[in-house]
Ligand binder design. Sequence first.
Ligand code: ISE
Length: 341
Amino acid sequence: MTVRLGFIGTGDLGADHVRRCANILSGATVSALYNRTQSKAQTVAEQFAPEALVTATPEELIESPEVEAIVISSASQTYEDLVLKAIEAGKYVFCEKPLTTTADGCERILHAESAAAKRLVQVGFMRPYDEGYQNLKSLLTDDAFGPVLMAHAAHRNPFSGPHYTREMLISETLIHDINTFHWLLGESFRTVQVFYPRPTSRADAALRDPQLVLLETSSGVLITVEVFVNCQFGYDVQCALIGENGELRLPEPARAALRKNGQTSVAIPMDCKERFATAYDRELQAFVDGVAAGKLTGPDSWAGYVASATADACIRAQKSGQKEAVQLIAQPEFYRNDTAV
Ligand code: ISE
C-alpha cells in the first residue's frame, strides 16, 4: 500500500520533508502541495514530485481525494486551524511542533480528536526518534540507574533570524526540551522559572538571549535548560541526567575526528535538519507506517498539549520573574493508553 501525502508548507523544513518522502521513505508518495507563496510549492513540486497537485488553498489540499494524510510544516500560528480541519475531514495528520502556539488551541484539538474517537494526530517532536535519545531512554528505564534526581540540558542554535522573539525561545526552541523530558521521565511539570543571564551582544537586546529555564517535574526532579539561539558555533544539543546510581549523557553525533596541524577537530552540525536528519526520516516513516496500519504511534496530541501548557507557564515566568505553576487539565481517558515512541 502506498500512502498519498499532501504537504502544507514547503519552506525550509517542509521542502525537506517533501524530499524525504520522494527520496527516502518507503510506502509513501507526494500527491499534493500547498504553500502560501504558490510559486514556492511549484518549485518544490518540480524538483521532487512533478506529478503532484499544487493547490490554491490548504482546504483544497485537505479535502482532495488525492490526499490520504497530511503533513503540516507551515507557520506555527496556522497549525490549530489546519489540524482541526484535517480531523474534521477524518484524515491522519502529522503536524510540526508546537502543536499550537498556546495550550487553549491544543485543548480544542484534544476535544475534536476524542470526539472523532480515533487517533489522527502525530506531533513533530523528532528527538524521540534519535538513536542517542533512544539509548538514553532505554538505559534510564533500566532499574540499575535508579530514580532520576536532576538533569541539565542545553539547546543552542548558531543564529536566530530577525523574526525571533523572546517568547519564541520558549515556544519554538525550549518546547523540544519540555517534550524530551516529558517523554524521558514519563511525568509532567509542576513549576517553571526563567532566568536571564548577561545577554550576548550578538543578538537584539530585546531577545534576552540566552535564557536559563528551571523546570520542576511532578515528582520533584529539577531540570536546568540553557536556551541560547545565537551561540554562533553550531546547533548543539546537550542532555545529562543524574540518578541515584550514576549519570547518563546524550552522546554527540558520530563524526570522525580530524587530526591536523597539532590539533584535533570534530565538525559540529549547523542546523536541526543536519543534526536530526535520521530522526526526521524515522518520525515520518513512523507516520506513514501508522497511517498504513490504521494506528498512529509517537508523540500524540496529549504530548503536544503538555508541551504547550508548560511553555505557556514559561512565558508567564519570563514576564513575572517568578516561579510559575504549570496548569494542566486532567488527561482525557482517550489518551491514557496511547502508544508512546
Ligand atoms: C526550530 O523551529 C526547531 O525546531 C529547532 O529544532 C530549534 O532548535 C530551533 O530553535 C527552532 O527555531
